[in-house]
Write a protein that binds this ligand. Structure first.
Ligand code: FDM
Length: 217
């Protein structure tokens, strides 16, 4: 029997911008209402040995220099590639919270070289769709009071300007504006979810073969 492969759908954007809520809503919708095979994952995947090092680093329990932690984030993606490829070929659509774009944006915000940052992730599975949660650069709707590393307003703003570079670089990249047009409040969850579903539907329809492409090649 010939099964059409699933899609790789990435949710990207700053911390606390609603990616997790929306990716869960999408995953439930696809599996429960559309009967589509679907799994949700997140990077970093903190359940592996590498993921546990990353978790400790994010909680400030251990230190790595910036290049080393970048390589660990990338290795954490690579260690999942075989199972992700297998799932996609079995027909599962994978909904993934963060991917290599976060890897590059967060490390570049610390001052690392873009080409070097990207090089570690060349050859990962190329996404069919990247949904970038965008708040408009001027908005103050998000607050950062978390304890983890990177959860400060100043650092998030640096990351945000690094994410901008990807916006026009790929036709799989779609902006999801999470702030109302008056720039003061978050848009309601349902309208964001409806917009996401349209992009996802379009993307699923575009998959015509089982071919899986490689990122940044
Ligand atoms: N992060 C995430 C990185 O710095 N590089 C990466 O490659 C990835 C995937 O880790 F602040 C950062 C982004 C975020 C932190 O992510 C933990 P979650 O989504 O809050 O678990």
């Amino acid at each position: 029997m010939c099964t059409k492969r699933g899609a790789l759908i990435i949710f990207e954007g700053l911390d606390r911008i609603g990616k997790t809520t929306q990716s869960k809503l999408l995953s439930n919708y696809l599996s429960e209402e559309c009967g589509i095979l679907c799994e949700r994952l997140a990077f970093p995947d903190r359940s592996t040995q590498i993921g546990s090092l990353i978790d400790n680093y994010l909680q400030r329990k251990i230190e790595f220099n910036d290049h080393t932690i970048h390589l660990l984030f990338s290795a954490n993606r690579w260690e999942c590639m075989d199972s992700m490829r297998e799932k996609l070929l079995q027909g599962y659509t994978l909904i993934v919270d963060r991917y290599a774009y976060s890897g590059v944006a967060f490390s570049q915000a610390k001052g690392l070289d873009k080409k070097w940052c990207q090089s570690c992730d060349i050859g990962l599975i190329k996404p069919d769709l990247v949904l970038y949660f965008n708040r408009g650069i001027q908005s103050n709707c998000l607050s950062y009071t978390g304890d983890e590393r990177y959860e400060t307003k100043q650092f998030q703003e640096k990351v945000e300007s690094q994410f901008e570079q990807f916006r026009s670089s790929s036709h799989q990249w779609k902006d999801i504006n999470v702030i109302n047009s008056d720039n003061t409040n978050m848009r309601d969850k349902e309208s964001i979810q409806n917009e996401i579903r349209l992009y996802v539907k379009e993307s699923l329809e575009k998959i015509k073969s089982n071919n899986i492409e490689e990122l940044w090649k």
